[in-house]
Design a protein around this ligand. Sequence first.
Ligand code: SF4
Ligand code: SF4
Length: 385
Amino acid sequence: MRVDLARDLVETAEGQRAEEILRRCVHCGFCNATCPTYNLLGDELDGPRGRIYLIKGMFESAEVDEDARFHLDRCLTCRNCETTCPSGVEYGELLELGRNYIHDRAPVSTLLERILLWIVPYYRRLRFMVRFGRMVRWFAPKPLKRMLQPIRASHIACGSDASVTLLQGCAQRALTPEVNQHIADLLRARDVNVKVIASERCCGGLHLHRGRHEQALHHMSSYVKELYDETTETYLSSASGCGVTVKDYGRLLGTTEANELADRTLDVSEYLHGFTFERHPNIQRVALHIPCTLQHGQRIQGLIERILEKTGYELVPVRDGHLCCGSAGSYSLLQAELSEQLLDRKLVCLEESAPDVIATANVGCQLHLNSGSSTRVVHWATLLR
Ligand code: SF4
Ligand code: SF4
């Protein structure tokens, strides 16, 4: 694709990177076929090719385009289009550049978005709000109610002398702490020394996806400072939304420590596949929803399936497994209507073979699916015994 960058942007790193990515696009439109919002709305501007044109237009005119803001806000950042693209267009990074461009020059934030960005990345604030919200959840709006399903409290002891650090994730730590507790128990039973860092903060993913580049980098730098320790060989993430961000720290921060932390971070499936487990006796048939951040973001495909099958579970067929469930970080709250339509479609696919449970690999997807499903939704690692 031919690109004529605006004069102001020719010498900038963001302009040059955007041009490099844009040039790879041959506007074939293959990506539209797997885009959930294009499938739902049928509008070219709500598909990846249309959004790419909108971003191109902004970088060529050096003007913020309100159409671009509207349609980029409706993008899930699921990166399904990246998996489909035959030309290797890094759509996720281009979207990040487009959103940053809009936010830097003409910031607009809804009250809900400001509240989310003020609460979610801060564990103590989030924990307080979750506890308070659970007491009054019947009065909360529907999208918020689904985030507030009661869960069992748990605590992971902080150990020293650890070979593995378990990343807690701010949302997961507040909303489903039993997942990491279970993973820590599994690992300790297999003689792995597991550590958690009590002062762990937000990885910066939420700000990154909302185009708040400066604040995202600030969170990321603090995260590296707090967590990186050259003697720790492996960092494990069980929330794929956090894992995909931390694995990208090398590109985003570019420091030696950030590179090291990114290189040493694994999704928990990449670590657990070396062990054997027992099946839960009351559960046999599992419908698996692999989050976009795992299959498209981290490009991990087939690994959880192999672990569960090796453990003795039967994986039921799931149509359109590549499509997003509509959770997508803050999307379920900020684009509630579209998110709910995607959820309904996803649940039809997950429930049509009547599984015993639905399993997934990210806290956001778990809560989102659970809010509309009559089948129990769990983190896949909690099926391992
Ligand atoms: S992003 Fe890839 S698949 Fe989509 S139009 Fe461009 S080249 Fe084609
Ligand atoms: S990231 Fe997902 S929603 Fe956004 S354009 Fe790509 S496929 Fe569509």
